[in-house]
Design a protein around this ligand. Structure first.
Ligand code: GDP
Length: 468
């Protein structure tokens, strides 16, 4: 009846027409991190908390009541595996909850949000739809970017040197040095070398080392066993003849770059708008100083991908388009009492500082934080020997009993952990951390125990809040 109503209907019609012509806005959110960093749990919890609203107070659009609906839709990319949200959520919400299967390859999920606009036009416009396309991929694949600038000989030399100082590495180095690499290729020798090398990579990874290239050796996906994954570093050879083991290894290394690494960056990485890099910093700290040093170097390598100009191939591929925001998040913060969280955040900031400065310079907005996508613990302060200990309590994965732990303290100054004077660095998180293997809490905690996550809402606000 009123003029305003008529006007509102008019605007609605216009909006409909406009959205019919232009597509609904899409945010492509990349989720990455090394194996076990927490990608699967992060995505599952993010989607569950967006769909079952009310537990994301720091997500402004939600607090303002503007997220009217959130629902899963078929993803836009027909040939990409779908992120198996239902199976992962099923694991976390089972009567005996367990952790879901981890990320093995790239996958995608589309969550669509129906949003009431904010601001001046909010009364006039109808709700709009924003698609959140979440792309999950192993951080190991991102590290392969560094291979593009390397020759087989250069890469071999580097890896042999690094391997010499890692568990199971020396055995491989000895094998590689003993190999008659100038002789004719023998496929079974190639396979044996690449098998032993892959085992050494796994051992290094299990010991907390981060940089274990090539990335597909750890997470091969459908390429397992193919020639492009059947190579390994060999000591330099000058003048190895064609058809020799060395030359064939070199050829496969080049094929890996051209046929595996480049297509991944072209088809997936280049299309991402926003990125979260998850880091199991606590795990590395617990594993000891060498693992922390390795993580620091790996972070720098990962960040190369977000630094325009750092890599010629990528610069050409992106042609000026770049990731707008990058969040670096230390995961599993629920292993620590909140009084320790600022220290974890400071460590995370220190880990990415140099690279952050450069990314900011280039226009990408970055942030570091500590979070837990799924809080498996509650907090408890216990008096012990006249001291007050800030503990966390959770259900143990083995046996299902409740227990409280004191994981130890992180250093006040990250430089003690990351700098050259790593005083006492062997003993951070030494105490109970090793045995703190908690079962996931159901996605619902009792009232008064707080939200079922730590700062997942702040992460969401940083990553997508401005587009809602
Ligand atoms: P992905 O390899 O990056 O996909 O890692 P996952 O998401 O599978 O996580 C690996 C493991 O880390 C899980 O099985 C859990 O044991 C642990 N984890 C991940 N996120 C959390 C969290 O928020 N809290 C706790 N307590 N553990 C977590």
């Amino acid at each position: 009846g009123t003029l305003a109503d008529t006007l509102a209907r008019g605007v609605e019609n216009v909006t409909d027409t406009v959205t019919g012509v232009f597509h609904d806005p899409v945010i492509r959110l990349g989720v990455t991190g090394l194996s076990r960093a927490g990608k699967t749990v992060f995505i599952t919890s993010l989607v569950a908390n967006l769909m079952d609203r009310g537990r994301m107070p720091q997500l402004v659009a939600q607090t303002e009541g503007r997220i009217l609906a959130a629902y899963l839709q078929p993803q836009p990319d027909d040939t990409l595996p779908r992120f198996d949200y239902e199976a992962h959520l099923g694991a976390l919400t089972a009567s005996a909850p367990h952790w879901p299967d981890s990320t093995r390859a790239v996958s995608e999920l589309r969550l669509s949000l129906k949003i009431r606009p904010s601001g001046l036009l909010s009364g006039l416009q109808g709700p709009r739809t924003v698609h959140l396309d979440i792309v999950d991929y192993p951080g190991e694949w991102l590290l392969d970017l560094g291979l593009l600038d390397k020759t087989y000989a250069g890469w071999s030399e580097e890896m042999l040197e690094r391997m010499a100082a890692r568990p199971d590495g020396p055995a491989y180095v000895a094998m590689a040095r003993a190999e008659e690499a100038g002789g004719d290729l023998d496929e079974s020798r190639a396979r044996a070398l690449s098998d032993v090398y892959t085992r050494a990579l796994h051992a290094a990874r299990d010991a907390g080392f981060s940089d274990c290239s090539p990335g597909r050796f750890l997470l091969p996906g459908e390429m397992a066993g193919s020639p492009v994954l059947t190579f390994a570093p060999l000591p330099p050879q000058s003048g190895a003849p064609r058809k020799s083991l060395w030359r064939e290894m070199e050829r496969r290394f080049e094929a890996y770059k051209a046929r595996v690494v480049k297509p991944f960056f072209r088809n997936h990485f280049a299309r991402i708008d926003r990125q979260v890099v998850l880091v199991d910093a606590l795990g590395a700290i617990h594993a000891g100083p060498r693992a922390v040093e390795d993580l620091r170097r790996t972070m720098a390598d990962i960040l190369t991908a977000f630094r325009p100009g750092a890599n010629a191939f990528l610069t050409q591929l992106l042609l000026g388009k770049r990731v707008e925001k990058v969040l670096f998040a230390a995961t599993k913060a629920d292993h620590l009492h909140h009084s320790q969280h600022p220290r974890l955040t400071a460590i995370m900031e220190a880990l990415v500082r140099e690279a952050r400065d450069r990314a900011r310079f280039s226009g990408a907005e970055t942030q570091a934080m500590s979070m837990a996508a799924l809080r498996a613990t509650t907090e408890q302060t216990i008096s012990h020997g006249g001291r007050e200990l800030d503990c966390v309590r959770g259900t143990l994965l083995d046996g299902g009993k409740q227990a409280a732990f004191y994981p130890g303290e992180l250093p006040q100054d990250p430089a003690h952990l990351l700098g050259p004077a790593r005083e006492g660095a062997d003993s951070w998180l030494d105490q109970d951390y090793r045995i703190m293997r908690f079962a996931p809490a159901r996605l619902t905690l009792k009232p008064g125990e707080g939200p079922p996550h730590i700062r997942l809402d702040r992460a969401a606000q940083f990553l997508i809040g401005d587009r809602l």
